[in-house]
Design a binder for this molecule. Structure first.
Ligand code: NAP
Ligand code: MG
Length: 496
């Protein structure tokens, strides 16, 4: 069916929304009946009351996960059987893609065009990818004396807790759950309190696909719920995506409890470097705009620093300003909307604070305002500042909003120095027609992903994703993700 704004609105009005947590294969309320209100940043409408899980529910979920793990109900079945169940799960997600996309759009304010084409299909694909991989990974036979046979195998770590943010709720949840479950672990997932809805539906579909009770649990709640998981003595691994500030706490909780593995995917302040021989300035300008305004800039990889060579600055920035006009926020349920709402009022206020300070430190080139005021929603214009120097908040801090900071450079070395002058190291891009220059520059950039003459390009799940420096440790995606959710075991056999 050709979906229109009106049709999506009708569907939204008819949507039955589940707000109970999901523990041991069934929906459940908090033991004391506590809930919190989940509202939509599109227009402030109430979506659902959601269970506010505390320590009691975390304990219950971890116990269910542990029992499932110990019983072998999931861990003990053949990889190819686990694969079949995971593939069924991915298929169920695809069958419910419209409903899941709508839920995600209502919960986060992402454009429906994005949730139907990126968030939900990519989450389903992530499940299939790890399902397909898991019966094809082998262990090793280590070199050893002829009297020894040394096997190096990988075993699931046990109970994995996944604590995820609100900017890609379903997708980032699956980046953790899919590889962890494929390896045979049991998982307790804690979505952000700002976007808890899709995770609950994913868990329900997992059980429908044949995942045994306890293999995947979802506890909904706030930071204290995440803290209870990260501090739990019976959780073996915590996989976290979120801010660097909370990541630091997670590392501390892990250290102060049972020294569980703590995998941290954190923030970024990613540079996009435009060298003077940049090929196709128009395509580069559109890509630069997309890299910072997609998902209203609420992206860990947002290309929020534009480093541009002085010789082409005027022309290039004009083109970026032009491209930015395509991102004026509109109703996320309209199929042609490219930029929707921010996640909530507090995020809007945070971004407006940066803009207010930015007006003192730099020159505002476009945007800077909250818009669509009568909607009851949370909208900000695409905003661009020309920054006279690099030691200002606009250039140093992760804003997590649709704000681009332009910095001018005169040489490649200066560009590299500026690019690396950050505590973060998640992503970067460099644009040059000369592949040697581009490659030599890419080599010197301290970032987990470097794009050359593009941004956010990827191929399926094939590239490891994660950061250098304070952008975290460990990698999501690719077969490397399996390392996080397995323990290495050496079995050394003495021959005669
Ligand atoms: P956040 O505030 O760090 O929260 C992330 C998750 O941690 C949420 O589920 C949150 O729960 C929970 N949490 C908060 N305080 C906690 C505590 N003391 N102990 C345990 N858990 C706690 O991040 P966010 O605002 O949701 O997301 C934005 C950040 O995520 C940005 O910094 C962005 O760069 C980063 N990010 C990184 C990546 C990456 O892959 N590197 C990807 C996406 C986002 P509540 O929300 O319920 O409080
Ligand atoms: Mg929400």
């Amino acid at each position: 069916m050709n979906m229109t704004l009106e049709l999506w609105q009708t569907r939204a009005a008819d949507l039955a929304i589940e707000g109970r947590a999901f523990i041991n294969g069934a929906p459940c309320n908090a033991h004391d009946g506590a809930t919190f209100a989940c509202t939509s940043p599109i227009d402030g409408r109430a979506l659902s009351q959601v269970a506010r899980c505390g320590e009691a529910e975390v304990n219950k979920a971890v116990l269910a996960a542990r029992r499932c793990f110990d019983s072998g109900a999931w861990r003990g079945i053949e990889p190819r059987e686990r694969k079949k169940i995971l593939l069924r799960w991915a298929e169920l997600v695809r069958q419910h893609a419209d409903e899941l996309s709508l839920l995600e759009t209502l919960d986060t304010g992402k454009p429906i065009a994005d949730t139907t084409s990126v968030d939900i299909p990519s989450a389903a694909n992530c499940i299939s990818w790890f399902a397909e991989a898991i019966d094809k990974v082998s262990g090793e036979v280590a070199p050893a004396s002829k009297h020894l046979l040394g096997l190096v195998t990988r075993e699931p770590v046990g109970v994995v807790a996944a604590v995820v943010p609100w900017n890609f709720p379903a997708l980032i949840a699956m980046w953790k759950c899919a590889p962890a479950l494929a390896c045979g672990n049991s998982v307790v997932l804690k979505p952000s309190e700002k976007s808890p809805l899709s995770a609950l539906m994913f868990a329900r579909l997992a059980v429908e696909a044949g995942l045994p009770p306890g293999a995947l649990n979802v506890v909904t709640g706030f930071g204290d719920t995440g803290q209870a998981l990260a501090s739990h003595m019976d959780v073996d691994c915590i996989a976290f995506t979120g801010s660097t500030a909370v990541g630091r706490k997670i590392a501390r909780y892990a250290a102060e409890s049972n020294l569980k593995h703590a995998w941290l995917e954190l923030g970024g302040k990613s540079p996009q470097i435009i060298l003077p021989d940049c090929p196709d300035l128009e395509r580069a300008a559109r890509t630069v705009a997309h890299a910072v305004f997609y998902n209203t800039g609420q992206m860990c990889t947002a290309g929020s620093r534009l480093l541009v060579h002085r010789d082409i600055k005027t022309e290039f920035v004009d083109r970026v300003l032009n491209a930015a006009r395509n991102y004026m926020p509109c109703n996320p349920l309209a199929p042609d909307t490219r930029m929707g709402s921010m996640i909530d009022a507090s995020q809007v206020d945070r971004v407006l604070d940066f803009i207010k300070q930015g007006r003192k430190d730099a020159t505002l080139l476009t945007g800077g305002h909250r818009v669509l005021d009568g909607s009851g929603g949370q909208y900000i214009e695409p905003t661009i500042f020309d920054c006279p120097r690099a030691n200002i908040a606009l250039v140093k801090e992760e804003i997590f909003g649709p704000v681009l900071s332009v910095i001018t450079f005169d040489s490649v070395d200066e560009a590299i120095a500026l690019a690396n002058d950050t505590e973060y190291g998640l992503a970067a891009s460099v644009w040059s027609a000369d592949l040697t220059t581009a490659h030599e520059t890419a080599r010197q950039l301290r970032a987990g992903t470097v794009w050359v003459n593009c941004y956010e390009e990827t191929d399926d799940m094939n590239f490891p994703f994660g950061g250098f420096k304070e952008s975290g440790n460990g990698r999501d995606n690719s077969l490397h993700a399996l390392d996080k959710y397995t323990e290495l075991k050496s079995t050394i056999i003495k021959l005669k």
